[in-house]
Design a protein around this ligand. Structure first.
Ligand code: G4P
Length: 531
C-alpha cells in the first residue's frame, strides 16, 4: 500500500470527559468492538482512585498504567484507529491540553444525569479554540437522567457547541427501550438479554409503520415520532464539512457499560472522522501527505525504573512515514538522531515497528534529548507551533533542602519540567525558582520524584500569586513598557523558554495593571496570535 493510502486510513482522536462520566468504559468498549481486546476489564482506569491511601503512590500507579494506555490502536473497517489517552483528573489538565495538540478529532463523554461538568467545559474550550471536530457521546442512558432535549440545550449553552443528534434515546433509566439511530435509520432494542451482545439493529427507513409500535409499544413509538419530528425541525441536517470544520457537532446517546450505542458511534466515527490533518509550523503549513517525515513530541514519559533514567518521548507523526534506523534531525538541538527501537502502539501493548505513518504515534526511547514541543524532520529546519502552556493555578517557591545536592536538584527540576510535570518560573529580581502547577497534587509528585529519581531534596514556600500572564508588548521601546517593567519588577519572571511573565497576585492587580498599561497585553496562555 502506498504512503497516501496508508495515511488516509488513520483516524487519531482523544476521548475527553469529566472524571467518572465513562471515558475508560467507552475506550474499552471501542477496543472490544474493534476486536482489539477479547473481554471487558482489560483497559485499566488511569484515574486517581478516590480515598487512595497516599496520593503520590496513587500517582505512581497511575504513571505505570498511563504508559500502557497512552495510545490504544486497532483496526476497524480497514481504518487504523489511534485513541490517545487523556488523564481525567483535573490536576493533570495540562497533560490533556498537550495531548489535544496531537489529535485530529475528539469524542466528548457526558453523563446523562450529571450533564455538562466543569472539566468538560474547560477541555472543550481548548478544542474549540483549535476547531477540532467534536462528537458528543451522552452516556449512562440506563440510568435516570436529564431529558434529551434539555441536555442538548445544555451542551449548546455550556460547551458552546452547535449540536445535531445522530441517534436518539427511546426512554431512559428503567424505561430505557433502546436507541433510534438517525444516522443509518435503525432501531436497536435494549434488553437484559442483549445487554452484552452487539446487535445490528433493525432498519426503519420509515418510522410511521405499525411495526414500530409492535416493537417498542405504541406509547414509546408515538413519543419517538414526535421527538424525531422535533429533531428534524429544530436541528440542522448533518453536514460532514461543517463537522470537519468544527462548526457542527454530532451527538450520540448510549450506555458504554451496556455496550449500547457504542457501535453506532464507532460506525459513524469511521465514516466521518477526519484523516490526519495538516499542521502549522512557524514557517509553513505541513500537509500529512508530504513525502518527508515530520513530527513533534507531545508527551514525555519518565521510566518507572528510577535507576535507568531513560524516557519515552511520544511523537505524533505529522507527515510522511517514520522509519526505524533512519537518521532524523532534532531541529532544536540541530542533531541527527537514529532510533533502533521505535515503539508503535497496538491495543494495550507496544512493539517495535519498522514504519509508522502520519497520524500514528511512535514512542522513542530518549536519554534526555527531547522536550515537549520538539520537532523532528528529515532535515528541514522547521518548528511546529502550538504546544502552549497555560497559567498554572498554584504557585510555590521551591528551595533546596540538601545543600550537597544542588546540582541534582537543578537537573531534576529541569528534566521534570521538560516532561511537563509542572512549570518553572525564575524570578527576574533574585533568580529564585517558582513551581507552578495545575493541581496541588503535583507538588507531592515533584518532591517524591526528585528524591527517588535524582537523590535531591526540596521544600516549598508559599507565595501569593493568582495567575501567570505571558507578556505581549506592542512596542518594547515605549516609555509605557519601560515603566511597566520598572513598576512591576518584583513580579516579573522568565518561563522555561525565556519568555517574560508577569505574576499577578490578585485579579484586582491584574485588572489595574492592564488598565494602567494598555499597550502591554497580558495573556493566560504562552502562545498567542500577535496583533
Ligand atoms: P472515567 O474513565 O470517565 O472516569 O469513567 P469510568 O469509565 O471509569 O466510569 C465511571 C463509573 O461509571 C464506573 O463505575 C463505570 O462502571 C460506570 N459507567 C460507565 N458507563 C456506564 C453506563 O453506561 N451506565 C452505568 N450505569 N454506569 C456506567 P464505578 O462504580 O465508579 O467503577 P467500577 O467499579 O464499575 O469500575
Amino acid at each position: 500500500m502506498g504512503l497516501i493510502e496508508e495515511i488516509a486510513k488513520r483516524r487519531t482522536f482523544g476521548i475527553i470527559s469529566h472524571p467518572d462520566a465513562g471515558k475508560t468504559t467507552l475506550t474499552e468498549k471501542l477496543l472490544l468492538f474493534g476486536g482489539a481486546i477479547k473481554e471487558a476489564g482489560a483497559v485499566k482506569s488511569n484515574k486517581i482512585k478516590k480515598g487512595a491511601t497516599s496520593d503520590f503512590m496513587e500517582i505512581e500507579r497511575q504513571r505505570g498504567i498511563s504508559v500502557s494506555t497512552s495510545v490504544l490502536a486497532f483496526i476497524y473497517k480497514d481504518k487504523k484507529i489511534n485513541i490517545l489517552d487523556t488523564p481525567g483528573h483535573k490536576d493533570f489538565a495540562e497533560d490533556t491540553y498537550r495531548t489535544l495538540t496531537a489529535v485530529d478529532s475528539v469524542i466528548v463523554v457526558v453523563d446523562v444525569a450529571k450533564g455538562v461538568e466543569m472539566q468538560t467545559e474547560k477541555l472543550v474550550e481548548v478544542c474549540r479554540m483549535r476547531n477540532i471536530p467534536i462528537i458528543v457521546f451522552v452516556n449512562k442512558l440506563d440510568r435516570e437522567g436529564k431529558d434529551a432535549f434539555d441536555l442538548l440545550d445544555e451542551i449548546e449553552q455550556k460547551l458552546k457547541l452547535r449540536t445535531i443528534p445522530l441517534s436518539f434515546p427511546i426512554g431512559m433509566g428503567l424505561d430505557f427501550k433502546g436507541i433510534y439511530n438517525i444516522w443509518d435509520k435503525k432501531i436497536n432494542i435494549f434488553s437484559d438479554e442483549n445487554k452484552q451482545t452487539i446487535s445490528e439493529g433493525v432498519e426503519f427507513k420509515d418510522i410511521n409503520v405499525p411495526e414500530l409500535d409492535e416493537m417498542i409499544g405504541s406509547e414509546a413509538a408515538e413519543t419517538l415520532r414526535e421527538e424525531l419530528e422535533l429533531v428534524e425541525g429544530a436541528y440542522p441536517s448533518f453536514d460532514k464539512e461543517s463537522y470537519l470544520k468544527g462548526e457542527l457537532h454530532p451527538v450520540f446517546f448510549g450506555s458504554a457499560l451496556n455496550n449500547f450505542g457504542v457501535k453506532e458511534l464507532l460506525d459513524c466515527f469511521v465514516d466521518i472522522a477526519p484523516t490526519p490533518q495538516p499542521k502549522q509550523s512557524e514557517t509553513r503549513l505541513v500537509d500529512a501527505n508530504e513525502n518527508k517525515m515530520t513530527g513533534f513530541v507531545f508527551k514525555i514519559h519518565a521510566n518507572m525504573d528510577p535507576k535507568h533514567r531513560d524516557r519515552l518521548a511520544f511523537v505524533k507523526i505529522v507527515s510522511g512515514s517514520f522509519k526505524r534506523n533512519t537518521p532524523y534531525l532534532h531541529v532544536k538541538n540541530n542533531k541527527k538522531m537514529k532510533f533502533s527501537s521505535p515503539n508503535a502502539f497496538f491495543a494495550e501493548k507496544k512493539e517495535i515497528v519498522e514504519e509508522s505513518f502520519a497520524g500514528d504515534i511512535v514512542g522513542l526511547h530518549d536519554t534526555g534529548n527531547f522536550k515537549i514541543g520538539d520537532t523532528i524532520t528529515e532535515g528541514e529546519k522547521l518548528q511546529f507551533k502550538g504546544i502552549p502552556s497555560f497559567s498554572p493555578e498554584f504557585f510555590r517557591y521551591i528551595n533546596n533542602a540538601d545543600p550537597m545536592k544542588s546540582k541534582q536538584l537543578g537537573k531534576g527540576i529541569d528534566q521534570l519540567m521538560d516532561e511537563g510535570v509542572a512549570q518553572v518560573f525564575v524570578m527576574e529580581m533574585n533568580g529564585r525558582k517558582i513551581i507552578g502547577t495545575v493541581g496541588a497534587l503535583q507538588y507531592e509528585v515533584i518532591q517524591y520524584r526528585l528524591e527517588h529519581e535524582y537523590g535531591a531534596k526540596c521544600s516549598y514556600e508559599n507565595i501569593n500569586v493568582y495567575k501567570a500572564c505571558w507578556i505581549e508588548a506592542t512596542d518594547i521601546k515605549s516609555e509605557e513598557y519601560k515603566e511597566f517593567k520598572r513598576v512591576k519588577q518584583r513580579y516579573l519572571a522568565k518561563d522555561k523558554s525565556g519568555k517574560l511573565v508577569f505574576l499577578a497576585d490578585s485579579a484586582f492587580t491584574l485588572q489595574m495593571t492592564q488598565s494602567k498599561f494598555p499597550s502591554v497585553k497580558l495573556h493566560f496562555i504562552s502562545e498567542f496570535e500577535t496583533e
